[in-house]
Design a protein around this ligand. Structure first.
Ligand code: PMP
Length: 355
């Protein structure tokens, strides 16, 4: 730490992203990325624009906003586009948590980091049995509500009726539904948008649309709410979304069936992987996302297994020292990657040599 840091930030504990090591080739099942490349039209659109990078992008993101508005049945004034959905979440914590924030005790680690960064009073709502969201605990919270659905780390999804109950039971407060993983089998709250002014749906191109590297996120909400978020964006970095990412997003939306097919494969692979893991003695949460949260068999330490798999060239995510210390979070990969994972897991559990 230098002597220049604002004392307000001295205790800030930064978010630790999933590692991206470059010491060797790994099978990456640690950051919930898509195993599939972007669709062909995205590659064409991005290459066509590379020579125009001397110019700034369209700060208003009009083309992509119009395409998203058509896709989700809202007006362009109901859409916000940012550099990844982390940006939108950041803006929410920065400017839309006037009475503090509530989020699940087990969820996306950034919620705590953003609370600390912006000095927002936070309330972590305890989980129900089996790391579920107990919706009875989510009524009349008197503060901004941030809920990932499916929830981060567990993958467990609430049905739309429960989300609606939470939105209705917190009228007068903003309810942010973070739908980073919704396209793998859960129901989007976007359907409720016309009905509730206090709902903001946050989405990303990082998972279901194979564009984690492009950094592209968006939010859908009531026009006044979107205008507030735009005001914050224009007060930080109006050009945060690159022209390549804007073009990639538009092209991806034009090829939605490519991504729908990949999401269906991933959802199918998730269920197969879950069953195979069960045969090895793992138990997993009922995930509707592109990952599993799995507890290794009795007597096998999650951290030891994580390290052994790393030695074998497979990266998983391990969260030390909290409610998830006995679990591994496993991104669902391609069929070949999942096969390799199971092979190495069998080897590791038998204490066998690398196969
Ligand atoms: N929300 C949740 C629940 C996430 O897991 C992630 C990705 N780790 C994000 C938001 C951020 O995604 P991105 O910034 O890539 O859009």
């Amino acid at each position: 730490m230098s002597s220049f840091l604002d004392s307000r930030l001295e205790a800030l504990e930064a978010y630790v992203p999933g590692e991206q090591p470059d010491d060797r080739e790994y099978i990456k099942l640690n950051a919930n990325e898509s195993p599939y490349p972007p669709s062909p039209g995205v590659l064409r659109a991005v290459s066509a624009l590379a020579g125009r990078m001397n110019l700034y992008p369209d700060a208003a993101c009009r083309g992509l906003k119009a395409a998203l508005a058509r896709r989700y049945g809202v007006g362009p004034e109901n859409v916000m586009v940012t550099a990844g959905s982390d940006d939108i979440l950041n803006f929410c914590f920065l400017g839309l948590c006037r009475h503090g924030v509530a989020y699940p005790a087990v969820s996306y680690g950034f919620y705590e980091v953003f609370s600390q960064l912006h000095g927002v009073d936070r309330r972590e709502i305890p989980m129900g049995p089996g790391l579920t969201i107990d919706i009875a605990a989510w009524e009349g919270l008197g503060r901004t509500v941030v809920l990932a659905n499916p929830n981060a780390q567990t993958g467990i999804a609430l049905p739309l009726a429960d989300i609606e109950r939470i939105v209705a039971a917190n009228a007068g407060e903003l309810v942010v539904v973070d739908e980073a993983y919704v396209d793998f089998g859960a129901e989007s709250a976007a359907k409720l948008l016309g009905k509730y002014e206090n709902l903001l749906v946050v989405r990303t191109f990082s998972k279901s649309r194979s564009l984690a590297g492009a950094r592209l996120g968006f939010a859908l909400g009531e026009a006044g709410l979107i205008a507030d978020l735009e005001r914050i964006k224009y007060s930080t970095n109006p050009y945060s979304v690159s022209m390549l990412s804007l073009a990639a997003g538009e092209a991806a939306l034009a090829e939605d069936s490519y991504y729908a097919e990949k999401c269906a494969i991933i959802a199918e692979e998730r269920e197969k992987l879950k069953l195979e893991l069960e045969k090895l003695g793992f138990s997993s949460t009922p995930s509707m996302a592109n990952f599993l949260l799995s507890r290794p068999p009795e007597g096998v330490g999650a951290e030891e297994l994580f390290l052994e798999l790393r030695r074998r060239g497979i990266l998983l995510r391990y969260f030390a020292g909290g409610a998830l210390a006995d679990y591994l979070r496993i991104t669902v990969g391609s069929p070949e990657q999942n096969e390799a994972l199971l092979r190495e897991l069998r080897g590791a559990l038998e204490g066998g040599k690398r196969t």
